[in-house]
Design a protein around this ligand. Structure first.
Ligand code: ZN
Length: 270
């Protein structure tokens, strides 16, 4: 194996380990603070702490054939799948980063995206106490970057990205209240305001026009999955978490955004 391939395998396992840590943090029960205090991962059925060889991401699940070594209850396939997913996301971020500092930034962002996605998936909400400081931080980051590079455009593109993303959800919710778009029964809107707030963060981080690409990838993916769910479950008005789609859109825009724009320009000019 070449050195680069070995490095990618290492980055993959760092991502997979991050997933298993974040899964404990999001947890099924207990607050994030409580989950943080619980130092070791444990089996959900027999509550026994896992031993070191049961904690190796992906590998342990395969070796144990998806069952706890003590009580032999099934370990949900979500665990290895989520570890593989975040491992791949880490490698993608690492490979497309131009420097070590940028790579660390990408990895941090990917962890944030993952955390909010899994939280939305399990709890159906976006924790504001965590999201709002991140939005403020991203805004400050844009200001610092703009001053450091003496380029106000850096701040402007971030603001346009954030506000256009937020406006996008405002318009969609307006249309769903008017009955133009399908909507959730309880609120009468098609999206939660957590999604709109999350779009503020994405817009500030990616900046216009990458934020626009992220949004449309999210809508396209979400639409596809929504149609499949509608066909399989045949239940209208069911809620579907949207943060995972926004997160995938953000990662794709981050890694391939400019390539996608080049391709579109080429395609549209013929
Ligand atoms: Zn067990």
């Amino acid at each position: 194996m070449t050195e680069i391939a070995l490095l990618n395998v290492f980055v993959f396992f760092v991502g997979a380990a991050a997933a298993s840590f974040l899964n404990v943090l999001v947890g099924g029960t207990g607050s994030i603070r409580q989950n943080l205090k619980r130092k070791r991962s444990r089996c959900d059925s027999c509550k026994m702490d896992l031993r070191w060889w049961e904690l190796v991401p992906v590998v342990s699940w395969v070796v144990l054939r998806g069952r706890c070594s003590r009580c032999s209850s099934v370990i949900p396939v979500f665990h290895p799948l989520s570890e593989i997913l975040l491992g791949i996301a880490f490698v993608l971020g690492y490979v497309s980063a131009s420097s070590t500092a940028v790579a660390l930034g990408y990895v941090g962002l990917i962890m944030v995206l993952y955390f909010f996605s899994v939280y939305d998936l399990f709890h159906g909400i976006v924790p504001r106490k965590l999201l709002f400081p991140l939005i403020a931080g991203a805004f400050l980051g844009r200001i610092v970057l703009a001053i450091a590079h003496a380029e106000w455009q850096m701040l402007v593109t971030g603001l346009i990205g954030a506000l256009s993303g937020y406006a996008f959800f405002v318009i969609l919710n307006f249309l769903s209240r008017k009955g133009v778009l399908p909507r959730e029964k309880k609120s009468g809107e098609s999206f939660g305001w957590g999604d709109a707030n999350f779009a503020l963060l994405i817009g500030l981080v990616l900046g216009w026009p990458l934020s626009f690409i992220a949004l449309w990838i999210a809508v396209a993916l979400g639409g596809l999955v929504g149609i499949v769910i509608l066909l399989v479950v045949r239940q209208r008005g069911a809620t579907m978490p949207f943060i995972p789609f926004l997160s995938v859109g953000t990662l794709v825009a981050l890694v391939w955004g400019y390539a996608i724009m080049d391709w579109m320009r080429l395609y549209l000019s013929y």
